[in-house]
Design a protein around this ligand. Structure first.
Ligand code: HXC
Length: 517
């Protein structure tokens, strides 16, 4: 017996009403501003025809403020699963066209379903945030809804990758859900993220500011460090999410999507010999080194505009997915400061939790000196780097290119901090501090009393450099496992990585370490 026309029509009518969302006029307004609707974002995210929706017929049950008569299609959020490059992914997309994408009880239940499903299925989850915040008519019920989402964001952390796309307003406490996820992509225009807006700040503290200064993608990418990528528009945000996923495993029990090449031979790259100036004070762009090491020079830089004195991101070497961490000599001479330490430490922990080997490129003169740095806790923040590297059990390969001084040498994953392979270039200087500083401390009296203090100082600095500022002392004491020509680096790292693919390192069981926060 076939399904009756009445029943079939009823379903189609309900489907059409729900799929219409906020209606054609609101969709047109969005398009006029170069923006996608919530549903179009999911269409762009998933391979055609693979989206399976959850809760299309969801209904709110608010009885206040005349809401009982109000129909809210999908309750303002579209949820489901689909496929990206053949891999399943869960997603939700808040629909600003429907009561401003505001979050109420059912809306939050739907997001929670996406998160619960992601953890059960062991698949990544992507959330498009575009919402006026807690649905005002639902009061504390909406607050509880946020609590349930936050709780799950934390439970999923370290189990499946979570990516947030901020593509509209994300205000007040609502911003803490994306903040609890692994990566935040934010569109350059039409998106704002803040805890207290300019109006609240002015009335409470008297400070005058603008949304651009505190809540824009640019402010978060370059000043607060809250986000990881700026997207030019919705389509670019989706493209960035696709690219990010291409480096990530679906869950913490899997390896990342390596594309290991069967051929083990890797040719030398003579350009690397030319790249790094011998003079330790002449800067070079570490991103160029990374591009020479990465397959097809393909490097996805993370947090490109924040704490630019350290560079982090994903690539492949010999097909193996790696996380790169490199000091950037062109910015603050590549010193480690508070922001750089936070940035690198979090990245190292992300790589570790998702089985991504770490390649660390070192040219570091030390921690950044300064009253502000000391007072704001460079000790606490710098300690995060030591903590993150020492607790990481993934393969760790360190290339010491030039300076590796003092505590910063240890913080950049030295052999004593657990590096599996340490390779130094002939230009490497592994020492307690730079030759100038060391000679001036050791021979202060002698320099002061010399006939020509300037030239004596120069001589002593050179003597110190000859004696200590080379890779061979460290290599002699097995702190560097080999000294190689820069041109050999890609082969050396590729082979070391291949040899470490089955690395197993276990630690005593514990709830979790107590990383300095
Ligand atoms: C219910 C909401 C809403 C909300 C927007 N709308 N926000 N409905 N609850 N929180 C509705 C509007 O009434 C309107 O409905 C539609 O969405 C579009 O909103 P507009 O104001 O017309 O849009 P726009 O001019 O673009 O302004 C966007 C906005 C503004 C800046 C986001 O809507 C706004 O300020 N909203 C309130 C933000 C807020 O204070 N939220 C609560 C924060 S507290 P119609 O029917 O006219 O289309 C919070 C606590 C969370 O979120 C704590 C978590 C721990």
């Amino acid at each position: 017996m076939a399904i009756s026309k009445t029943l079939a029509d009823e379903l189609e009518k309900r489907r059409a009403a729900a799929l219409d969302g906020g209606g054609a006029k609101k969709a047109e307004d969005r398009h006029a501003k170069g923006r996608m609707t919530a549903r179009e974002r999911l269409d762009a995210l998933f391979s055609k025809g693979t989206f399976q929706e959850f809760g299309l017929h969801a209904k709110h049950r608010t009885r206040h403020f005349g809401m009982e008569k109000k129909d809210i299609p999908t309750d303002g959020v579209i949820v489901g699963t689909g496929f990206v490059d053949g891999r399943p992914v869960a997603a939700f997309s808040q629909d600003f066209g429907v009561v401003g994408g505001s979050l109420g009880e059912i809306h939050s239940k739907k997001i929670c379903h996406a998160l619960d499903h992601a953890v059960k299925a062991g698949i990544p989850v992507i959330g498009f945030n575009d919402s006026g915040g807690a649905r005002i008519q639902e009061g504390v019920g909406a607050l509880a809804g946020y609590g349930q989402v936050f709780y799950r964001n934390v439970q999923l952390s370290g189990v499946v990758p979570q990516i947030s796309i901020i593509a509209g307003p994300c205000a007040g406490g609502a911003a803490y859900s994306p903040a609890l996820t692994d990566f935040i992509i934010m569109t350059r225009e039409n998106a704002q993220m803040f805890i207290c807006g300019p109006e609240v700040i002015r009335s409470v503290t008297g400070e005058v500011t603008t949304m651009d200064q505190i809540g824009s993608a640019n402010a978060h990418a370059s000043i607060s460090g809250n986000i990881h990528f700026i997207a030019d528009n919705d389509a670019h945000a989706v493209a960035l999410a696709h690219r990010l996923l291409s480096f990530l495993p679906s869950n913490n029990m899997q390896d990342p999507p390596h594309q290991v090449e069967p051929d083990l031979s890797v040719v030398d790259d003579p350009a690397l010999d030319e790249l790094v100036p011998e003079d330790p004070k002449s800067p070079f762009d570490v991103r160029t080194v990374i591009q020479h090491l990465a397959d097809d020079a393909d490097f996805l830089e993370v947090q490109e505009l924040f704490a630019q004195n350290i560079v982090i991101g994903f690539g492949r070497i010999g097909g193996i997915v790696v996380g790169f961490v490199g000091n950037q000599p062109t910015v603050k001479a590549g010193t480690l400061d508070i922001d750089a330490s936070d940035k690198a430490a979090r990245f190292v922990r992300f790589c570790n939790v998702y089985n991504i080997p770490i390649v660390t490129l070192v040219d570091v003169p030390g921690f950044l000196p300064g009253v502000k740095q000391e007072q704001q806790g460079i000790i606490r923040h710098g300690a995060k780097m030591l903590f993150a590297y020492a607790s990481a059990t993934v393969p760790k390969i360190t290339v010491i290119m030039r300076k590796a001084y003092g505590g910063a040498y240890l913080a950049m994953c030295s052999e004593d901090m657990g590096a599996d392979r340490v390779i130094a270039w002939p230009t490497a200087e592994i020492a307690v501090m730079g030759a100038e500083g060391a000679a001036n401390i050791l021979y202060r009296k002698e320099i002061k009393e010399a006939e020509d203090p300037a030239s004596r100082s120069k001589e002593l600095i050179e003597e110190y450099r000859q004696e200590f500022a080379t890779p061979y002392l460290a290599a002699g004491e097995l702190m560097a496992h080999d000294v190689i020509q820069p041109r050999e680096t890609r082969s050396a790292v590729a082979l070391a990585l291949r040899g470490l693919m089955s690395k197993r390192e276990t630690r005593p069981p514990k709830k979790h370490g107590n990383i300095p926060l």
